[in-house]
Design a protein around this ligand. Structure first.
Ligand code: NDP
Length: 277
């Protein structure tokens, strides 16, 4: 039996073991997939020990995605562009392939599950942390008319604009810098919802949007989605679909089988609701 794990800190809340257990059952692949807590100063030694004990691959979550990028020995194009890694595939002679499946997970959820094609759209991406940098290349590959990155600390959004400038039409700045622009889709990639807060986005930015997407997965509307709804946006989505889709892409990389996701998204939603307070 092959051994996999998701590593992070904290990790107890992770739904990845649940999702991969569903995929394994669905495809008949025999795996063990656990959640592994790494001390904040011991990510590398946690990975090495897991591998020594027979590990085949790993998912990496907060706060280790940038460290995981440095530990990999080769990268997929999307991981290279993001400079962040959420999937390891262990290879011969201590090699580690690093991939980043967050962006393709988001794109699949928006385009396939929510039936919202991204080509020629004006997209506002709020936030400039690890989650934002992981999704920029896959979003630009869908050829939107514009991808605007807005962040509280505008220098980080401008740095992302420069990092991805050769891949498509991208702008970076503070939220206020985009007043006067019209957006079809607004994606919240900040961690504000984790703290029950709202990013400082002027209401004008929401005026023409038809879809609001919060990457945080939640059983109730986040402050961002509540605000979007109050501005008249009717299509609202949280990050549950993205979470399952990014896991499906990791599963494909490891096992060469693409699991179906719709059924697992529904099961995960039911599982999350059953634990909601
Ligand atoms: P980071 O810590 O790397 O980045 C946090 C970002 O949020 C920064 O841009 C920060 O701005 C901004 N921010 C934090 N608080 C506020 C606030 N009150 N107002 C405005 N901006 C704020 O986090 P990640 O990028 O790793 O994660 C972001 C979110 O994405 C999390 O909620 C996470 O759960 C979710 N996520 C979901 C996934 C899924 O599969 N569904 C996958 C990955 C992430 P500044 O730079 O100014 O500090």
């Amino acid at each position: 039996m092959e051994n996999y794990a998701v590593v992070g800190n904290p990790i107890a809340h992770s739904r990845s073991p649940f999702i991969h257990a569903q995929f394994a059952q669905q495809t008949g692949v025999n795996i063990r997939y656990t959640a592994l807590l790494a001390p904040l100063d011991a990510f590398e030694s946690t990975v090495i020990t897991f591998r020594k004990n027979g590990g085949t691959g790993m998912n990496i979550t907060v706060p280790f995605k940038f460290e995981a990028y440095s530990l990999a020995t080769r990268w997929t194009e999307r991981a290279q562009a993001a400079r962040a890694v959420n999937t390891f595939k262990f290879e011969q002679e201590n090699g580690i392939l690093g991939d980043n499946t967050d962006g393709i997970g988001l794109v699949r959820d928006i385009e396939t599950n929510l039936n919202f094609p991204l080509a020629n759209k004006h997209i506002l991406l709020m936030g400039a942390g690890g989650a934002a940098s992981g999704v920029i290349l896959p979003l630009l590959q869908q050829q939107p008319n514009l991808l605007a990155i807005a962040n509280r600390t505008s220098s980080k959004a401008i740095a992302l604009q420069q990092q991805f400038a050769t891949h498509g039409t991208i702008l970076g700045g503070h939220y206020q810098d985009f007043v006067g622009q019209s957006f079809d889709l607004i994606i919240n990639a900040t961690s504000a919802s984790l703290h029950n807060a709202l990013p400082p986005a002027p209401a004008e930015l929401f005026r023409n949007a038809t879809l609001a997407y919060d990457m945080l997965y939640s059983t109730k509307l986040t402050p961002f989605l509540e605000f979007a709804q109050s501005q008249g946006i009717t299509k609202l989505a949280d990050g549950t679909g993205m979470l399952v889709e990014q896991a499906a892409e990791s599963f494909l990389l490891w096992h060469n089988i693409r699991p179906t996701t719709q059924d697992v998204i529904q099961k995960l939603k039911a599982e999350l609701s059953s634990h909601a307070v």
